[in-house]
Ligand binder design. Structure first.
Ligand SMILES: Nc1ncnc2c1ncn2[C@@H]1O[C@H](COP(=O)(O)OP(=O)(O)O)[C@@H](O)[C@H]1O
Ligand SMILES: [Mg+2]
Length: 300
């Protein structure tokens, strides 16, 4: 069977750390763990192209270098690696929110047509992102409209997708709130009154209400307390399995990757160092870097 998503040669080189803003910001109060000794790949050139950098590309640090991957229907792929290894950049390249310097991200749509999310009209890409695809941001505030009610956040996705009847959209929003374990009486409340865990569940409802086929999750449990994380992970696992969703998720937490992913791709310095079935990679890592990660007591 043909994959739902097939990426080839995805490469992104940021010209300078401050010159460019990513379309899906990855920093904020809920951004990953604090910087540690493993946080910056030591093998990057400070400036200028390295010998391994493909010719004809801009000078700078490669956040992603010639990454290839496939995702099949119903499959969960986990992108793991230390902070700064390029996970969020890769996710943004896959969905076309960040333009690659090279490479393709070929999505097979509901009609069976192949769309390169790196090379599609923005209006069509956005339509896909609201219907067949979803993107759950690490910081739920980045993926929600904090100025309208919780219910409106979810209903809006359906109304934007062509639903004409507000009562039907509202009923669907209420049903989705229930599915993500938010009391329906909170439907008309502002998201500002929600806790962090509830906000993330609301963002998940918003991204699932339109019945997407493939969802990108960027560190979905990243900013949450441990107890809240466990509950969210459980919910995500059940939703993904129940809906037979295809998912690409990033996490710096190997336990999260193990719980949710069928397959894992390990990244370091923007490159793939190892990939395979989750148990295989985590229980019998082949690459020295993966061995270090799995044996390390450092949280990734
Ligand atoms: N918008 C940007 N502008 C410049 N550099 C960026 C931008 N986004 C990410 N980077 C750099 O690319 C590298 C990979 O970042 P990122 O994809 O966020 O890693 P991860 O999600 O694995 O923590 C980091 O060194 C980061 O500083
Ligand atoms: Mg990230």
């Amino acid at each position: 069977m043909k994959p739902l998503l097939a990426a080839h040669g995805l490469t992104k080189i940021f010209r300078s750390p401050s010159a460019e803003q990513s379309a899906e910001p990855t920093t904020g109060p809920l951004a990953g763990p604090p910087a540690g000794p493993l946080d910056r790949p030591s093998d990057w050139p400070a400036t200028g192209p390295s010998a391994e950098q493909p010719a004809g590309l801009p000078a700078g640090q490669p956040a992603c270098l010639e990454v290839a991957l496939e995702v099949h229907a119903g499959e969960v792929l986990g992108l793991v690696g230390e902070s700064g290894s390029g996970k969020s950049t890769l996710l943004n390249l896959l969905c076309g929110a960040v333009k690659a310097d090279a490479g393709q991200s070929l999505y097979r749509d509901a009609l069976g047509l192949e769309v390169d999310l790196q090379n599609v009209e923005e209006v069509d890409r956005r339509r896909l992102m609201r219907s067949e695809l979803g993107f759950v941001r690490q910081n739920p505030r980045d993926g929600l409209n904090m100025n309208v009610s919780a219910g409106a956040n979810v209903a809006e996705r359906l109304l934007a997708g062509g639903e004409r009847r507000y009562d039907r959209a509202r009923a669907a929003a209420a049903a989705w709130l229930e599915r993500v374990e938010i009391p329906v009486r909170r439907l008309d409340d502002s998201p500002e009154t929600y806790s962090g865990g509830m906000l993330q569940r609301l963002q998940i409802a918003k991204n699932l209400v339109a019945g997407p086929r493939l969802v990108f999750l960027d560190e979905p449990t990243g900013g949450l307390d441990v107890s809240v994380q466990a509950r969210l992970l459980d919910l995500l696992r059940n939703l993904v399995a129940g809906l037979r969703l295809a998912v690409v998720l990033t996490t710096h937490d190997l336990a999260v990757a193990r719980l949710l992913s069928h397959r894992i791709l390990v990244m370091k310095g923007g490159r793939t160092v190892e990939s395979g079935l989750t148990d295989q990679v985590l229980d019998d890592p082949q690459a020295p870097y993966t061995q270090l990660l799995t044996s390390s007591t450092l949280s990734l």
